[in-house]
Design a protein around this ligand. Structure first.
Ligand code: F6P
Length: 487
């Protein structure tokens, strides 16, 4: 199993004399005013889950948007705060953005243009000139923040995600000697889809300023290379692993992201998780033979409506399961300033109400919808309670809920129902795989999961756990860094 130590050594081999700087939009911790006091809250996000162990292992610097109400009160004049609060091991530099910047860069270009463009969930992307201007300006602001911390030292800047497609170009223009790499956490679409993007040349030019560019899957990397072939003056080499543009070579490789298997598995057995399980059991009245769970940001890519419809169809087809199971869907509100997200939230409410009205009995309501953001410990408790976990994304770069669920199931007593359209489905082939667009077959697979005998369930879960344990977050990060060492 890859460990923190392996990652530390991988970084030491190539970057001993470099500063490690991670850049992401979402910060790992936010400070908020609560009842006259300042509270520090760990952020719930895939990127944060993945990167926190990496920055901790290397005592690095993390640069991110400071969006907490009390953030400015907790850092020094340079925006720096030491984290985690209980035992500081790395520094976070907060970048301050105005409401207009957040609206144009985060809600607008990142999440109304790039997000739907890359996910292809049949939501039309919106390209607005003012959003693009804010996206450029915020990428420049982050470049200045990074450069001000690097000074004249050597640094390895590891950029995360689609919020920063232009940042590599701005950094390299100022300091060509910096090692700049980026991981794109969402899918990359085929060239036919990408060509509708208004600023495609600038985006591709930005991404091709990286020394290394990572995607979850070979399929996404191939889509990216095909897009470059069509849309920008560049040369892809014969083995299709590097692109050269203006004498700069970018290596393009797949690195399937993962979780800290060991920590999750250990923490899932902690007494505080057991006591949270008890409180959830009481709060959601979980005294049924089977507990199905779902845990997502409320996002149209996650296939939450499709999942609810499949549960409803399952009840119609198999009425003998009435009063024998309950489905607890936890959804955290997300990007609510975007119309489609607001509408989706309303649609979910309506659908849950309709399904419960249709199928409920005097002593049973099939679906419990909980609109709440669970913290790390609460999510572990939910995983423990669910003997079936449903992940039904319409399209997902990886999906870390699937891997967390597997890592938390120490007793092997769990079945994962997983969309074929997640990156995770390439690795977790022992899940019960579904096409979320096919309601009938999805409902049948719920039955397969419920009826699976204990031996089969445990065999499958054991194999998935081996897979996640072996391909953990430290392997992901170490492979990324080792790839850079070859260059
Ligand atoms: O899946 C890509 C990703 O960037 C995740 O890292 C993260 O959980 C989510 O999308 C973004 O969420 P938010 O917009 O709330 O930061």
């Amino acid at each position: 199993m890859w460990t923190k130590q392996d990652l530390y050594e991988a970084i030491g081999k190539r970057f001993a004399d470099h500063q490690l700087i991670v850049v992401s939009n979402r910060q790992p911790y936010a400070h908020h005013f609560r009842e006259g006091k300042i509270a520090c809250q760990r952020t719930v996000s895939g990127v944060v889950t993945a990167l926190q162990p990496v920055v901790t292992a290397c005592s690095g610097l993390w640069v991110a948007h400071g969006d907490g109400s009390a953030d400015r009160h907790t850092c020094d004049p340079r925006g720096i705060v030491h984290l985690p609060p209980e035992q500081p091991q790395y520094r976070l530099k907060r970048v301050w953005l105005s409401k207009e910047e957040v609206s144009g860069y985060y809600y607008g270009f990142s999440n109304e243009a790039l997000w739907p463009l890359c996910h292809i969930a049949f939501i039309r992307p919106s390209f607005r000139a003012e959003d693009w201007q804010h996206y450029q300006a915020v990428n420049r602001k982050f470049a200045e923040a990074v450069l001000s911390e690097v000074n004249d030292r050597k640094a390895f800047v590891w950029i995360q995600d689609y919020h920063f497609a232009l940042l590599p170009a701005y950094l390299k223009a100022a300091r060509p000697d910096l090692v700049v790499a980026q991981f794109w956490h969402i899918p990359w679409p085929n060239p036919e889809i990408f060509r509708i993007c208004h600023s495609r040349e600038e985006i591709l030019g930005g991404l091709l300023s990286n020394d290394l560019l990572g995607f979850h899957l070979r399929y996404h990397a191939d889509n990216f290379l095909a897009t470059c072939d069509r849309e920008i003056d560049s040369r892809t080499d014969q083995d299709r692993t590097t692109v050269t543009r203006k004498n700069h070579r970018t290596r393009v490789q797949p690195f399937p992201i993962s979780v800290d298997f060991e920590a999750i598995s250990r923490d899932a057995a902690a007494p505080e998780v057991a006591s949270l399980e008890d409180s959830f059991r009481a709060e959601f009245s979980l005294n049924f033979e089977h507990v199905l769970i779902g845990l997502d940001r409320i996002d149209y890519t996650k296939g939450i409506l499709e999942r609810l419809q499949a549960v409803s169809r399952f009840i119609e087809k198999h009425p003998e399961y009435r009063e024998r199971f309950v489905f607890v869907q936890v959804g955290s509100l997300s990007r609510m300033h975007i119309r489609r997200y607001k509408d989706l939230n309303d649609e979910i409410n309506d659908l849950v109400e309709q399904i419960n009205w249709r199928h409920s009995t005097a002593s049973w309501t099939p679906i419990t919808f909980v609109r709440r953001t669970l913290n790390y410990w609460e999510s572990l408790a939910l995983y423990q309670l669910g003997n079936i976990c449903i992940v039904s994304s319409l399209h997902d770069g990886m999906n870390l809920v699937a891997k967390e669920y597997v890592a938390a199931k120490n007793d092997l007593n769990g079945v994962l129902i997983l969309s074929r359209f997640t990156g995770a489905a390439r690795e977790l082939t022992d899940a019960v795989l579904i096409n979320p667009y096919n309601c009938e077959a999805f409902a049948d697979q719920i039955k397969v999961a419920l009826d699976m005998d204990a031996d089969e369930r445990q065999r499958r879960m054991a194999r998935m756990r081996e897979q996640v344990a072996e391909n953990n977050i430290y392997r992901w990060a170490s492979r990324f860094v080792l790839e850079l060492s070859k260059m």
